[in-house]
Ligand binder design. Structure first.
Ligand SMILES: NC(=O)c1ccc[n+]([C@@H]2O[C@H](COP(=O)([O-])OP(=O)(O)OC[C@H]3O[C@@H](n4cnc5c(N)ncnc54)[C@H](O)[C@@H]3O)[C@@H](O)[C@H]2O)c1
Length: 365
């Protein structure tokens, strides 16, 4: 009998790629997913889902459904979550409900259905600002941002250089989303330690690749830029576009999750899952326009979003040492493949509406 893995949120972007990765490796896969409209439209089952995947439509907040989904399951990968950072700032109850309460309901149900392994998707967003030298940064003040001084400084005004962020960096929770991802991570690690269930929190950085919901204006920057460009609109870059992130391809992220399922080196810990390389947002906007064949430069209105960080890219030493994980995707090849997939999609550009919602609430300035 192959091992059966339950992926909560398994119909989503990362979940479906993880399901493919696990099926290829010989696992049986079950997905529990409520198919949030903002992500999936009216679809009852996304076309990209492999027919081998057993899909249980249902809400992670429903204890009956969760208990049913756990029947006969050997391991759980918990990915179900609401994922919009900006949206989380004005839909507190929804984000706390799905992400924090939903995780607690899963953990309650797991007490009656013990599994051999529990993995949870955490996020780079819990770090807030990434790591810097020679001293830690202080959070950028509103006055500083109003002066369009984007780089964070030390407590005595020191100039700083961003460096790869290790797991030992203290969390700094700057959004409701980040707070709930931190909750999910802590709840699962605490559960694992208390009930002796090997548990790993995977701190995913900016994951990109095909199947990322384009119609969802709150997801990753690449999906947002892509939907702008496909509609012949310029991607809108906040600040000056030189902020740096770590983009990890979804097939690499899926492989890292499988490795955490199969190896025990990271049990009980939180581990960064990233490419180990950084890119500026402007570089990414340019590279994406190139692969889409669009001669459209990014628009830089000089506005900023409350709570945004300046730089965060990963130190991947721990994933290398504990999981033998190394990102392999070549960025330009991966963007070209993304472009091919994008051409088959009709991307609704909802960016303007999402931006207007943030502006109305005073969250962009
Ligand atoms: N994409 C990234 O860059 C990134 C980065 C860091 C962390 N993560 C985390 O990875 C996980 C997967 O994210 P994704 O990018 O694939 O997003 P996604 O929106 O494509 O996937 C999330 C899935 O969860 C489902 N879901 C939402 N609420 C649910 C509920 N109440 N009950 C059951 N299912 C529900 C959605 O329908 C969706 O299919 C999330 O936990 C997210 O926080 C993603």
């Amino acid at each position: 009998m192959p091992e059966r893995v339950l992926i909560t949120g398994g119909a989503g972007f990362i979940g479906s790629h993880l399901a493919d990765e696990l099926l290829r490796a010989g696992y049986a896969v079950r997905a529990l997913d409520v198919l949030v409209e903002q992500v999936h439209g009216n679809s009852q089952r996304p076309d990209y889902l492999d027919p081998e995947i057993e899909l249980i439509p249902g809400d992670i907040r429903n204890p009956e459904v969760v208990r049913g989904a756990l029947e006969g399951v050997d391991a759980v990968v918990h990915l179900a979550a609401r994922v919009g950072v900006g949206q989380s700032m004005y839909e507190h109850a929804e984000y706390a409900g799905v992400n924090t309460l939903g995780t607690s309901i899963l953990l309650d149900a797991l007490q009656d259905h013990p599994v051999r392994k529990l993995l949870v998707a955490s996020s780079m967003s819990i770090y807030g600002e990434g790591a810097y030298e020679p001293v830690p940064p202080v959070e950028r003040t509103r006055e500083q941002l109003e002066r369009r001084e984007w780089e964070p400084r030390g407590a005595r005004g020191e100039e700083l250089t961003p460096i790869p962020t290790p797991e030992s960096k203290e969390p700094a929770l700057a959004s409701v989303y980040a707070l709930t991802k931190h909750d999910q991570e802590c709840l699962c690690l605490l559960y694992g330690a208390s009930y002796e269930v090997p548990t790993v929190a995977l701190r995913l950085f900016n994951v990109y690749g095909p199947r990322q919901a384009l119609a969802n204006p709150y997801t990753g920057v690449l999906a947002i830029f892509a939907s702008r460009l496909l509609n012949d609109n310029a991607p809108v870059v906040y600040e000056d576009g030189h902020q740096r992130r770590d983009f990890v391809h979804v097939t690499d992220a899926a492989r890292a999750i499988r490795l955490a399922l199969e190896r025990d080196g990271a049990d009980g810990r939180a581990v960064n899952v990233a490419s180990g390389r950084s890119a500026s947002i402007l570089e990414i906007a340019r590279a994406l326009a190139d692969v889409l064949g669009k001669d459209i430069a990014a628009e830089i209105p000089g506005t900023y979003r409350a709570g945004d960080i300046r730089h965060c890219f990963a130190d991947v030493t721990l994933a290398r040492e504990l999981l033998d994980f190394e990102a392999e995707a070549d960025r330009d090849e991966a963007l070209a493949e993304l472009a091919q997939w994008l051409e088959t999609q009709s991307a609704t550009d909802r960016f303007d509406r999402a931006a207007a919602e943030l502006a109305e609430r005073g969250l962009t300035r």
